[in-house]
Design a protein. Structure first.
Length: 254
């Protein structure tokens, strides 16, 4: 095989290997995005949260169950919140409105300085008849047989200034009722504007007592809260660094 043909086959092989590595690294998302050029981002299908591949039921420490007792000639029952039917979410499949109200502000400034200096000198200049040596052998011996100096210092500074505000509402569905009556809720909302999709996800554990009479609950009262607000589309794609730059950021040691 001639050299030009060999070089051509080699370039084709290297190109194929590069495409394979890129496909594996990016999960073949580039190929999917190429097929969607000129089209609007697709909205996700409505799915059962408990049927998702990564879904796991929540397990929390539970108190001992209480036996429900009925008093004779009484309309009240242990565990009831009112005489009339409660319209608030209380069982699997019920809906509630989560008021997401996040206003965080944080300022941190840290500085750490460290320095250390060590010096050892035995002042031993003659050992085991070293003065009897002449010529090149005498030149090899140092002036002091045991001397060591070391110095180390470090200065680290860091600062964080963050301010976040997110105010919105989202409907969540009860996916699980824990043995103590607490509810596991999860809500997902997608909004598409032109070629950009905004996605809001809320999940966590709520107490039935914290649900307001209008079937709403504030996000600050959700335990183990997981709140995600992001997007995907053309604007988000432009704001992300290229795959090659991301790989270099991970692999380069400097």
């Amino acid at each position: 095989m001639s050299c030009p043909q060999y070089r051509s086959l080699r370039r084709i092989a290297l190109t194929g290997a590069s495409l394979t590595i890129l496909c594996v690294a990016s999960g073949c998302s580039s190929i999917d995005r190429l097929s969607q050029i000129g089209e609007k981002p697709r909205l996700s299908e409505i799915e059962n949260p408990t049927a998702q591949p990564g879904y796991k039921p929540v397990a929390m420490p539970m108190p001992k169950p209480e036996t429900v007792s009925y008093n004779p000639n009484s309309l009240w029952r242990n565990g009831s919140r009112a005489f009339f039917k409660d319209q608030r979410a209380h069982q699997i499949g019920d809906l509630m409105t989560v008021t997401v109200n996040i206003t965080d502000q944080a300022n941190f400034a840290n500085e750490t300085q460290r320095s250390r200096t060590n010096k050892e000198n035995s002042e031993i200049t003659d050992f085991l008849g070293s003065k009897l040596l002449t010529g090149n052998a005498a030149k090899v011996l140092p002036g002091s047989l045991l001397a060591a100096d070391s110095a180390a210092s470090s200065d680290g500074k860091g600062s964080i200034q963050r301010q976040e505000t997110l105010v919105t509402n989202i409907a969540a569905v009860v996916t699980q009722v824990l043995p103590n009556g607490n509810l596991v809720v999860e809500g997902k909302q997608e909004i598409r504007v032109n070629f950009e999709v905004r996605e809001l996800i809320v999940a966590g554990i709520v107490r039935p007592e914290d649900i307001q009479s209008d079937n709403t609950i504030d996000s600050s009262k959700i335990a183990q809260a997981r709140i995600s607000y992001g997007g995907r589309g053309q604007v988000t794609d432009v704001q992300q660094p290229r795959y090659g730059q991301q790989v270099m950021d991970v692999l380069l040691p400097f």
